[in-house]
Design a binder for this molecule. Structure first.
Ligand code: F3S
Length: 64
């Protein structure tokens, strides 16, 4: 599984980082970036939850 953050729509609200800090971190532009590719299996559920909870739907998940 792979996750990407759309920098056009991410508003830096950091919900993803609260839910899944092992995959998402804040970059210098105050937007989320993805630290792991592929997403480790044990983090997939948290990562999907983060994508679901993002208020701007900026996180896209791709199954591989
Ligand atoms: Fe950005 Fe959504 Fe995370 S707005 S900081 S990707 S919760």
């Amino acid at each position: 599984m792979k996750a990407t953050v759309n920098k056009e729509t991410c508003e830096g609200c950091a919900v993803c980082i609260e839910i899944c800090p092992d995959v998402f971190e804040m970059d210098d532009a105050n937007q989320a970036s993805v630290t792991k590719e592929p997403i480790p299996v044990e983090l997939e559920e948290e990562c999907r939850d983060a994508a679901d909870q993002c208020p701007t739907e900026a996180i896209h998940i791709q199954a591989e």
